[in-house]
Design a protein around this ligand. Structure first.
Ligand code: ATP
Ligand code: MG
Length: 241
């Protein structure tokens, strides 16, 4: 039997921030693998290192010690240019604050990552329409962020994250700014995307969110204190619902 390479592996990963002569150890000696097709929640109290870990998994930052491999390649050995282009093609980011461009309408926001992949405008818009359809927002394609609710803006942000067909979607508190019902709808969307094979890592400090993920990684003071697999409570809905 051939061993399946993990999508991402972390080995003894540490991150220390140094500012004004003070060293803050944000992540300590963390090791785990993320396999293709997984949906996992990273949980932990405020300041436990969740965003720091996400920034390293998302190739936005490098470990101070230890190693991260993406599909077998040590990310620290890549040039900064190579790492940036790998990030643009391989990782889709979703944030609590949506981070949509206010002067651009929904379809332009969704199409934006393809500009960095050198894809022409017509093809960009065609793919943005597809991505909007997946999140149930095609009818709002020409609306601007200010015309959309928080939940709708987050769907647009998810469509933008999906447009490059990324290996991994990384979401940092994707429901943090939403009321519980809208948050549940966004979670149902992630769960449905995962059922189509999309690998998703979701950071949260809401225990309710974690019930929809097969796996929960727990951090405390930068250390990995739990890695549990459970039967997820999956919503019975389509992708766009
Ligand atoms: N750029 C930085 N410079 C110095 N210290 C930092 C920096 N970024 C984060 N930290 C520190 O690292 C630790 C972990 O921060 P991190 O943002 O990863 O936590 P978190 O789990 O995401 O918290 P929250 O739930 O509040 O978002 C904290 O003590 C924080 O103050
Ligand atoms: Mg954080």
């Amino acid at each position: 039997m051939t061993a399946v390479l993990p999508l991402i592996s972390l080995r003894s990963v540490c991150k220390t921030y140094r500012a004004d002569g003070v060293a803050v150890v944000a992540v300590r000696n963390v090791s785990f693998d993320i396999n293709q097709g997984e949906i996992l929640a990273v949980m932990g109290p405020s300041g436990s290192g969740k965003s720091t870990l996400m920034n390293m998994i998302g190739l936005l930052d490098l470990p101070s010690e230890g190693a991260i491999h993406l599909e077998g390649a040590n990310v620290a050995s890549l040039s900064e240019d190579r790492r940036s282009s790998l990030r643009a093609r391989s990782i889709g980011f979703v944030f609590q604050s949506y981070n949509l461009l206010a002067r651009h309408n929904a379809i332009e926001n969704v199409a934006l990552p393809l500009v960095y992949c050198g894809i022409g405008r017509k093809e960009r818009l065609r793919r943005a329409e597809q991505s909007l359809e997946v999140v149930g927002m095609l009818r709002r394609a020409t609306h601007f962020p200010r015309q959309l609710s928080g939940g709708e803006q987050q769907r647009i942000a998810i469509a933008r994250a999906l447009i490059t067909s990324p290996l991994l979607v990384l979401a940092d508190e994707p429901t943090g700014a939403l009321d519980s019902r809208t948050g549940a709808e966004i979670l149902a969307l992630f769960a449905a995307l995962n059922r189509t094979g999309q690998t998703i890592v979701m950071i949260t400090h809401d225990p309710g969110i974690a019930t929809q993920c097969r796996r929960i990684i727990r951090l405390h003071d930068g250390e990995l204190v739990g890695d549990e697999t459970q039967v997820p409570v999956l919503p019975k809905r389509g992708v766009a619902s």
